[in-house]
Design a protein around this ligand. Structure first.
Ligand code: DGP
Length: 124
């Protein structure tokens, strides 16, 4: 399975500094910023800096250093938002491809929090 990365996607432009963002955290291999179309009081996207289309691409092709850094960045964002551990919780999700309804073809995980999320999936 070949993954084709489009470097004109909006998150690639954010990483290049061509489009502004509200940064929550930046690490060596990851950037976390607020979603422009927040679905909850807290809605942060965490992306790797490398050119990965979706989660499986990243999981299969990224270096150990990138995977560790990205995973830790997610933990640090959850902690910074105050929703992990003894907090009220959050939802972590990553859409992929057509059926996953992925709009931006650069891996991102959504961290959404600050309200009750309801059931995980609603009918299509
Ligand atoms: P997804 O369906 O998982 O690919 O969601 C893409 C998300 O990206 C969506 O919640 C809106 C957000 N988004 C799209 N364009 C921008 C942008 O230019 N800036 C920011 N901060 N978020 C964006």
């Amino acid at each position: 399975m070949a993954y084709t990365y489009d470097d004109q996607n909006i998150f690639a432009k954010i990483l290049r500094g061509e489009i502004p963002n509200t940064t929550v955290l930046e690490t060596d291999h990851a950037l976390a910023f607020r979603d422009i179309n927040a679905q909850a009081p807290e809605h942060v996207l965490v992306i790797p800096k490398g050119p990965y289309v979706c989660y499986d691409h990243f999981a299969l092709a990224a270096s150990d250093a990138e995977i560790v850094d990205f995973t830790r960045a997610i933990g640090q964002v959850v902690q910074a938002l105050g929703v992990g551990a003894d907090g009220d919780g959050y939802r972590l999700l990553s859409n992929a491809g057509k059926d996953g309804v992925q709009e931006v073809p650069h891996l991102h995980v959504h961290i959404v929090a600050g309200r009750h999320m309801g059931r995980m999936l609603s009918p299509a």
